[in-house]
Design a binder for this molecule. Structure first.
Ligand code: ADP
Ligand code: ZN
Length: 705
């Protein structure tokens, strides 16, 4: 496998294989058929691309999505791999040229659509070629059990019959065993090896928040993540448009996407998203299928997904580069009702309802969410993940018996005839026309739950639903019903524990602004500069930014600051071709960045030096400020910094003994030497500059100890 490793570095710039990649490659080289099941972003493509480069002849890759095909081929070309695609989007002329290149042995990987593959003309072409492997991507499309069955896929059984000696590798991210068996059967695979990798995506943070104040939460979430690209999935076209408009009004660069747009418009928006021109897109689940963009940094579900499979597939579009990415799901009662309505009309009612219940349980979880997800896919996670909201911020329960009693009793008094909205209106004593005309203002529980907001009631009702105290008559206008055990709550003192809504607010929404160490700021600024360079290159060379270099590669550059060819090629993701094309641009950017930072540092040290000169000549701080036309606070901060660097400054002359003492106390109580923290800690009792001076004094004093 030495050769495989060399090819990995040379073409893709990576240093080591991900789990299972080298095993799959070896199996293909041995001539065996294989079924590869890996989550999105697991690195399926390399499993067939590397053997294709190692063997004589051409590899045929079947891919159902034309847009994806183009992206993958462009990605390969950018790495210096001879790849091409054939599909109906090309003119006959273009297709003929490609076929000529194949005959000349110029093409190592040929991507084709399933339609093309099963066409007669293509069969004759195949007969004339030396095909070294067939790779069937998105192989679940072959099975009616998979979620996007494609009829053309079912004709592909002819491959094994006509080319029994050519290994076939089928790849998919769909795990369930029914689909797996079907793939093997439909393709007629010959004792295929099964490669099943873990479905865990530890870099994705999992967060669920109650579905209230959604817009405000989303805005805060986005503002904490400047320049990041993300997807917001909505259930309806209308909410995609509405949300996108509200975001735009708030100054966020966002757009929307759904099946109601013309195909051209959809393609345009998808491209703009891939090219980082529109970083944020509000979309229905129609969006994302044909997208390989590796630097999607977050995914938000504005509404509850219909089942765990869809949810996992959708959040899987974030963080394909392996870097940290955040996901957030808003959970609300109204969405459950909407899904139920859909399901009522569908053919697979029981299965769909059961699946909906599983995702509700996931949302309601009191234990590590990743454990629940993975167990759904048949995997067992030993330890809590530490990267979900439950792990980071365990939900707090309280005795909610009284709340439950009020709710249940309202349901009874309304004769189990009314839906959740009306029940809450009655609890809150609403004077809505319908409530009055039905005489509900006269029932005993009318107004009994005034103290709880409508939105909070929705959340408590949802908890009661999931705890099995109420059920919904989906075929009776969604009327709320009592369950057997609810009577015990009402009449025999059965206790009900509910989760504090405040404790459910996910931590991702509020990461405190900590002062960042200067090294980190430097790194982030350099990353920003490199990102901008990447964008410029992407525009001029007309390939997607993430195909120039991934976010992971840029982060490593910002960290390592490579300035020579050797150093640059050590960075993961910088292969030979990419180095030739872009290496120098990035080296120059890094050099330029360092130079300008040095100049900045020089300038500021010059300014310090001037202050120091005046100080030594005996000028007071106010005088220096006046002469230099700078705020006195800045002069104090110059003096404090100079003192820390060892300059001869009588820093105690600016501080009264009592002041120093109280600052010292605050330091030992709060454990912080950060000026801003102390300023707040001491309730702004002392001026900021005094604290700044005192912390310098204390820092030097502790260092001397
Ligand atoms: P999948 O098809 O399974 O969703 P991809 O093949 O698109 O995943 O790979 C996802 C990302 O991971 C791509 O950006 C790819 O370049 C990167 N990648 C794949 N294998 C490796 C590896 N061995 N080292 C580093 N990055 C890798
Ligand atoms: Zn967890």
């Amino acid at each position: 496998m030495k050769l495989a490793n060399r090819i990995l570095k040379k073409y893709f710039g990576y240093d080591k294989f991900r789990p299972l990649q080298s095993e799959v490659i070896q199996s293909i080289l041995d001539g065996d058929d294989a079924l590869v099941i890996m989550p999105t972003g697991g690195g399926k493509s390399l499993c067939f691309q590397i053997p294709a480069l190692m063997m004589e002849g051409v590899a045929i890759v079947v891919s159902p999505l034309i847009a994806l095909m183009k992206d993958q081929v462009e990605g390969l070309q950018a790495n210096g791999v001879n790849a091409a695609f054939l599909n109906s989007s090309q003119t006959a002329n273009v297709q003929n040229e490609i076929i000529e290149d194949i005959h000349k042995g110029k093409i190592k990987l040929l991507y084709v659509s399933p339609e093309k593959l099963v066409s007669e003309e293509f069969y004759y072409l195949l007969l004339q070629l030396k095909v070294n492997l067939f790779a069937i991507d998105e192989a679940h499309c072959i099975s009616v059990w998979g979620h996007d069955f494609r009829p053309e896929y079912s004709k592909m059984a002819y491959l094994k019959k006509q080319f029994p000696l050519v290994p076939i590798v089928a790849l998919t991210a769909t795990a369930d065993s029914l689909t797996q068996k079907d793939i093997v059967k439909q393709l007629g695979l010959d004792e295929p090896k099964l490669f099943l990798s873990s479905f865990d995506r530890p870099n994705l943070s999992l967060n669920v928040a109650p579905g209230k104040d959604k817009f405000k939460s989303i805005l805060g979430f986005i503002r904490q993540r400047p320049h990041q690209s993300g997807i917001i999935y909505c259930l309806s076209r209308k909410s995609c448009e509405g949300l996108s408009e509200k975001l735009s009004k708030a100054g966020v660069n966002a757009s929307y996407y759904h099946a109601g747009l013309s195909p051209e418009e959809r393609a345009k928006r998808q491209d703009a998203f891939i090219n980082d021109e529109i970083p944020i897109i509000c979309a229905t689940i129609a969006f994302g299928m044909g997208i390989d963009k590796s630097n999607v940094r977050w995914v938000i579900h504005y509404n509850l997904p219909r089942n765990i499979e869809s949810y996992y597939q959708e959040i899987g579009r974030a963080g394909r580069d392996g870097l940290k990415a955040d996901t957030l799901l808003f959970y609300s009662f109204a969405d459950v009702i909407v899904h139920r309505k859909f399901i009522e009309k569908s053919a697979l009612k029981d299965v769909s309802n059961a699946k909906l219940e599983r995702i509700q349980q996931f949302c309601d979880a009191q234990i590590c969410r990743r454990k629940i997800l993975l167990s759904y896919f048949g995997e067992h996670l030993e330890e809590d993940c530490g990267n979900c909201d439950v792990c980071k911020n365990p939900p707090k329960q309280f005795d909610g018996t009284l709340i439950a009693q009020k709710a249940l009793s309202a349901v009874v008094r309304l004769k189990e005839h009314e839906s959740v909205g009306t029940v809450i209106d009655v609890l809150r004593g609403s004077s809505r026309q319908e409530i009055i005309s039905k005489g509900y203002n006269k029932v005993k529980t009318y107004g009994a739950g005034k103290d709880i907001s409508h939105q909070d009631w929705q959340q408590y009702m949802l908890q009661l639903l999931n705890l099995g105290y109420i059920s919904v008559g989906y075929d009776e206008g969604n009327a709320l019903k009592l369950a057997e055990q609810s009577r015990e709550v009402l009449f025999s003192g059965r206790k009900v524990n509910l989760v504090h809504l405040a404790s459910m607010n996910s931590k991702v929404l509020k990461t405190p602004d900590k002062a960042k160490p200067s090294k980190q700021i430097y790194r982030e600024d350099l990353f920003e500069a490199l990102r901008k360079l990447r964008l410029r290159i992407s525009r001029t060379s007309r390939i997607a930014p993430y195909l120039v270099f991934s976010d992971a590669t840029l982060h490593e550059m910002a960290e390592e600051k490579p300035t020579s060819e050797f150093e640059m090629k050590m960075i993961s993701g910088v292969g030979e071709r990419k180095y030739q094309l872009y290496g120098e641009f990035f080296i120059n950017e890094i050099l330029g960045f360092e130079q300008s930072k040095n100049q900045e540092a020089k300038k500021s040290s010059q300014s310090f030096y001037e202050t120091y000169e005046f100080y030594k000549q005996g000028y007071s701080v106010d005088e220096i400020a006046k002469i230099r036309n700078i705020n006195p606070v800045t002069i104090y901060s110059h003096l404090a910094s100079l003192y820390e660097k060892g300059a001869d400054i009588d820093i105690l002359s600016f501080l009264h003994v009592n002041e120093l003492e109280s600052i010292q106390n605050a330091v030992s109580e709060s454990g912080s030497l950060n000026t801003k923290d102390l300023y707040v800690y001491m309730n702004e009792e002392l001026p900021y500059y005094k604290i700044r001076l005192a912390t310098s004094y204390l820092k030097v004093a502790t260092e001397l100890k």
